[in-house]
Write a protein that binds this ligand. Structure first.
Ligand code: NAD
Length: 510
């Protein structure tokens, strides 16, 4: 293990050969072994033993037991646990951010940024723990009171993707916990140490309280554990983040038992650039969106739909900007782009380059593997001019490939192209023209869960509800009233009179 990683492990007290299951009190595991290699230099970080179905059973039973007590703790007191967890994250922001960078391969700034998002969602959840309110309504019957209240669901299962190894869990965990639920988390098997670190810090926080420690349980494992969770009626809500392929499998299993799911799946995000765009802002927003995290964000910019009158100007400006991009070790602050996650991701990237070429792509910036890199997973961000009709444009390739698609005529044409894909996560328009901007935001505009004006597609704030439509899954997480997904709504009617009138004027005289 590299010295830098060793230091992180010591700071958070992570064992190098770790057991990947935790029931709140003990570490155990009887399943497959996962070796975690950093894509930064392809060296071994360490090994984690994952869980099997018996380990899963242990976690779920503990989480269920903890729920019976946790649901009775007043919400603001549950918020106090989340507040203290946020404070501990502040203390460990540097180490945890570095671990994210090493294990996932994103830049150190982004690794720290993920931990900052965790801190922010904790703050948000603490405030929310005093605002879990329902409406009151006027009853049609005299001397009756009607209102609705929100109750916790039970055990919330969290399945997370490799590209946000800590933040996405925390979005779910902070809200689910203040709502009175307990957790079982199955992280991506590609980044198990990040998950172990989060669980260690949460367990440390819980030492300050007399609550059941199993409010949060962890099981490292692959799709088989995710499938157990999806089929299990004891998991009241399955919140799954990952590919659309995975989401379809999870959704069907959960629906078969009429359970609840919250799906955060793939994106195919576009920026529309009209003749009224500020080109400088367009270039900044596009480059960050397309190459940041090496194109491995669900909100990465994959399509740039540019008016034909300014197409060449934008292409030239982008090609120039791409020359400035430094690819290399993401822990060095001078680099903008780190590696892809693994060999399979590189293969998909290369495959997409050749399929796009077959489908008529003209390369404005050529892609390919980076030679003499620290690991085989570094690739060059690429830009292709391609027709909106090319089939490849319909797919999300989790890599830094940007399709530039020309449009002509009015902004409606660009909006039609932008909406004509199966996914519906993030979208943006670059324009200084108010009519174009408002059309893009109107009912006839973008069909995505996120629609921005003069901002790129990636980099959402936790205060807003996050998620997308169509094959992105329809779920909403994080800010606004997303907390309602983690609770069940109950309508209550109270009669404080001496008679029992029925609703709708029905008479039932005895
Ligand atoms: P993935 O679908 O391969 O894996 C995601 C998680 O699902 C992992 O924990 C994996 O073990 C688990 N899983 C896989 N098959 C499963 C099954 N049949 N049943 C239950 N669980 C299963 O995705 P990935 O490669 O880790 O992440 C990249 C994908 O995630 C991209 O498509 C990206 O757009 C998406 N993503 C979406 C969001 C969002 O908020 N919309 C956020 C991050 C990532």
């Amino acid at each position: 293990m590299r010295k830098e990683i060793q230091e992180i492990f010591e700071k958070i007290a992570i064992p190098q050969s770790a057991l990947g299951c935790n029931d709140g009190s003990e570490w155990f595991a009887n399943g497959n072994l996962y070796n975690s290699y950093t894509p930064v230099d392809n060296s071994l970080i360490g090994s984690v033993k994952g869980g099997n179905s018996t380990d899963y059973e242990r976690c779920i039973q503990k989480a269920q037991g903890a729920f019976l007590e946790w649901r009775l703790v007043p919400a603001p007191q549950r918020g106090e646990v989340v507040r203290q967890y946020g404070n501990l994250l502040r203390k460990h922001k540097d180490a945890l951010g570095r671990l994210v960078s090493w294990e996932m391969g994103k830049s150190l700034q982004e690794g720290w940024g993920e931990v900052q998002e965790m801190i922010d969602i904790c703050d948000f959840a603490v405030g929310l723990s005093r605002q879990l309110h329902g409406f009151t309504m006027h009853s049609e019957r005299p001397e009756h009171r009607m209102y609705e209240q929100y109750h916790p669901l039970g055990v919330v299962g969290i399945i997370s993707a490799f590209n946000f190894p800590v933040a996405v869990w925390s979005w779910n965990a902070a809200l689910a916990l203040i709502c009175g639920n307990t957790l079982i988390w199955k992280p991506s098997e590609k980044v198990p140490f990040c998950a172990i670190a989060c669980q260690i810090l949460l367990q440390e926080t819980l030492q300050n309280f007399n609550y059941p420690k199993a409010i949060s349980t962890l099981i490292v494992g692959d799709a088989a554990i995710g499938e157990l969770m999806s089929s299990d009626p004891r998991v009241a809500l399955v919140s799954a983040t990952g590919s659309t392929r995975m989401g379809k499998e999870v959704a069907q299993k959960v629906a078969a038992r009429l359970g609840k799911s919250l799906l955060e799946l793939g994106g195919n995000n576009a920026i529309i650039v009209t003749p009224n765009a500020d080109i400088k802002m367009t270039v900044i927003g596009t480059v960050f969106g397309a190459v940041g995290t090496c194109g491995q964000r669900c909100t990465s910019t994959r399509r740039l739909i540019v008016h034909d009158s300014i197409f060449d100007q934008v292409a030239e400006a982008l090609a120039k900007a791409y020359q400035q991009i430094r690819i290399g070790n993401p822990l060095l602050t001078e680099n903008h782009v780190g590696p892809l996650i693994d060999a399979q991701a590189v293969e998909q990237y290369e495959n997409t380059l050749s399929v796009a070429t077959q489908q008529g792509a003209q390369w404005i910036v050529e892609g390919g593997r980076l030679e003499n890199a620290e690991s085989p997973f570094y690739v060059k961000p690429a830009i292709a001019k391609i027709s909106a009709d090319a089939e490849i444009v319909q797919h999300e390739t989790f890599a830094p490939i940007l399709y530039m698609i020309p449009y002509s005529g009015e902004v409606e044409h660009a909006i039609a192209i932008q909406n004509n894909v199966p996914q519906g996560l993030s979208s943006a328009i670059m324009t200084l023209n108010m009519r174009e901007a408002e059309k893009f935001l109107s009912h006839a505009g973008s069909d995505c869960g996120i629609a921005n004006v003069n901002i790129g597609t990636s980099g959402a704030e936790i205060g807003g509800a996050f998620g997308g439509e169509k094959e992105t899954g329809g779920g909403r997480e994080s800010g606004s009233d997303s907390w309602k997904a983690y609770m069940r709504r109950q309508t209550n009617t109270l009669n404080y009179g001496a008679n029992l009138p029925l609703a709708q004027g029905i008479k039932f005289d005895l």
